[in-house]
Design a protein around this ligand. Structure first.
Ligand SMILES: NC(=O)C1=CN([C@@H]2O[C@H](COP(=O)(O)OP(=O)(O)OC[C@H]3O[C@@H](n4cnc5c(N)ncnc54)[C@H](O)[C@@H]3O)[C@@H](O)[C@H]2O)[C@@H](O)CC1
Ligand SMILES: Nc1ncnc2c1ncn2[C@@H]1O[C@H](COP(=O)(O)OP(=O)(O)O)[C@@H](O)[C@H]1O
Ligand SMILES: [K+]
Length: 552
């Protein structure tokens, strides 16, 4: 799985590499700038020099290309007051070296530039001029750049090097006019009719740690260094379109920090090794694959539990039983075939059913009803079996979450969506929703890690970005974004199926964290594989196809 870093982890890696003498900050900045230019040429081959990129031994002076080799291209580079701006000066110099006309706008104070950025400011200044950032200058330049009705631009590329991982507060308002002017409507104007907008490290205004949008504009391409940052994958505050909706696509450039490792990084889920974990041994009995019990609600509310149970069965639990109250037995019997049905009238009924030691994974919550959930959850948790608690099994403890946390054990997985999370962890939800004051914003990763530590078990916090953490701080993220986007998954009952998938994997013997991660990946994969028109029922039915594709 790919590591996702925070700003401070990235900074620590850079500093360790520099302190070890492995590399200098200036070298890192040069590699970063080269990487950005390479990524631009790769994304838009028309921009690339005809003979391909030859970096040569040293920074090239402008115009080293013969006139006939030069592209007719013009770029605007927006440089900020820190090292992100330093990268921007490198990019400006390298583009000029490839024959581009480059206009650099600097938002900051030259005297206060960090040392490496200052060096690159000076190097650029030998090549071209720097327009200082003030409204009059920008207005004047904009008039010159943007002709008439803004349907044609004199520049083809805008490079955003205002702020990277050092962003500590909302974007300054006085950058807005210029950004609007140079990149008026990335989302509305067809790409062919407007300049391409490229962000260095992060779209300026995107919080690296939380994905919160603090005034960023959507870009065409984001080029980051060494490892992606959490903010590239977290949606932050959805109302303003967080990380993935701003980055559009993320290109990760190697700048030679390979020997450095971050401390407890968050992992981005992928399908590596999944097939081996999911395959079954041909000589095994059904009970070797575990026996799951999914508790259902009363008559007229059994659909959610049935969805979960079917998910548990399809994902490979050997046996799945629905525990239903007497009044719903007939209703359930009319629907299920491969599933077993057992009568579970109340807490005593559950205790009796749990005498069967073969039942090794429990699922409580989907359609369970708040009252029934309050009665059954304590019995289920006291039995010490691997357990998934979702929906009503969480909400029923809204008035007293501590009671739930006291009963929860290491083999539990809690699967709240945003509303349920706020009921169980109101203080964490409040921190998550509060506007960030200074420094990187509190993130969904921070909240999920704190929640898992408090609950003493795995917490899977749902959404387009799903974050999973255990009490030790291990944490992984799945973003249904970029090539994993699954908008059709936001459909009623999808969460019930996920609870069932996790339960089925727990029954098969997966550890809670691994069950939650694997189920989340498969859940999104089923949605993607089915495509538009998906409803919750389709998810489990898509699993055989997904397994075949994975070569399980
Ligand atoms: N340090 C290194 O060795 C490397 C750093 N790199 C680049 O350096 C960047 C990080 O550089 P920095 O740590 O200097 O941080 P940034 O360049 O992202 O920004 C820091 C500066 O912006 C100011 N600032 C932050 N938020 C602001 C706001 N909302 N309004 C106004 N001013 C604000 C800060 O006071 C500080 O002066 C990375 O994103 C990456 O682009 C790369 O060159 C790779 C190597
Ligand atoms: N925009 C989205 N893209 C992809 N997946 C999403 C999106 N929004 C929600 N999801 C996923 O859909 C499921 C919805 O679950 P939940 O909120 O519990 O709904 P329900 O209770 O109706 O089943 C979760 O797995 C969640 O991660
Ligand atoms: K930037």
């Amino acid at each position: 799985m790919t590591e996702l870093l925070t700003a401070s982890q990235m900074r620590a890696l850079e500093q360790a590499a520099i302190a070890s003498g492995e590399v200098t900050g200036l070298e890192l900045m040069e590699r970063a700038g080269q990487g950005v230019v390479e990524a631009i040429f790769e994304e838009w081959p028309a921009f690339a020099p005809a003979a391909g990129v030859d970096w040569g031994p040293a920074p090239k002076p402008p115009g080293y290309l013969k006139q006939e080799e030069k592209g007719p291209w013009r770029a605007v580079v927006l440089c900020g007051p820190g090292n992100n701006g330093g990268d921007g000066f490198v990019v400006a110099r390298l583009l000029a070296g490839f024959g581009w006309a480059v206009d650099v706008f600097f938002y900051g104070d030259v005297e206060r530039l960090p040392a490496d950025a200052r060096v690159n400011y000076e190097r650029w200044s030998e090549v071209g001029s720097v327009h200082l950032w003030n409204d009059d200058a920008i207005e004047g330049r904009l008039d010159g750049f943007v002709s008439g009705d803004r349907s044609s631009f004199e520049h083809q590329l805008v490079v955003d090097a205002l702020f990277g991982v050092g962003l500590t507060r909302n974007m300054p308002v006085d950058t807005e006019r210029a950004r609007h002017g140079f990149v008026p409507t990335v989302t509305h104007t067809p790409q062919s009719e407007r300049p391409k907008y490229v962000a260095i490290d992060l779209p300026s205004g995107l919080c690296s740690d939380s994905g919160v949008n603090r005034g960023a504009f959507p870009t065409d391409l984001t080029v980051t260094f060494h490892r992606p940052k959490l903010g590239h994958y977290l949606f932050g505050d959805n109302h303003f379109g967080g990380g993935p909706s701003l980055c559009n696509q993320v290109s990760v450039i190697d700048i030679g920090l390979e020997s450095s490792r971050a401390d407890q990084p968050v992992l981005l889920m992928d399908s590596k090794n999944l097939a081996a974990k999911l395959s079954k041994n041909s000589c095994e009995h059904k009970f070797n694959h575990g026996s799951a019990l999914v508790l259902s609600g009363g008559s007229g509310r059994t659909g959610a539990a049935r969805l979960a149970a079917r998910g548990a069965l399809r994902i490979g639990a050997g046996l799945v039983t629905l525990g239903v109250p007497p009044a719903a037995q007939l209703e359930v019997a009319g629907h299920v075939t491969a599933l077993m049905v057992k009568r579970v009238a109340d807490a005593d009924g559950l205790a009796e059913v749990l005498q069967d030691k073969r039942l090794n994974a429990l699922c409580l919550g989907p359609g369970l009803g708040l009252e029934r959930a309050r009665a059954l959850v304590p019995v289920a948790l006291a039995a010490g079996r691997a357990s998934v608690l979702d929906a009503d099994a969480l909400s029923t403890f809204a008035d007293d979450p501590r009671t739930l946390f006291d009963m929860a054990h290491k083999r539990c997985v809690l699967t709240p969506h945003g509303g349920e999370f706020a009921r169980l962890f109101p203080d964490l939800a409040e921190k998550l929703n509060a506007p960030a004051e200074k420094g990187p914003a509190y993130s969904k990763v921070d909240a999920t890690r704190e929640a898992a530590a408090r609950a003493g078990c795995v917490v899977l916090f749902k959404g387009p970005d799903t974050v999973i953490a255990d009490p030790s701080g291990r944490c992984s993220v799945h973003a249904a974004a970029y090539d994993r986007a699954a908008p059709w998954l936001a459909t009623a009952g999808a969460g019930d199926v996920l609870a069932g998938f996790i339960t089925g994997l727990l029954a098969r013997g997966f550890a809670p964290m691994q069950a939650a991660e694997t189920a989340t990946w498969l859940h999104v994969e089923c949605a993607r594989s089915f495509g538009p028109g998906l409803i919750a029922e389709d998810l489990s039915e898509q699993l055989p196809h997904v397994f075949r594709e994975l070569e399980v």
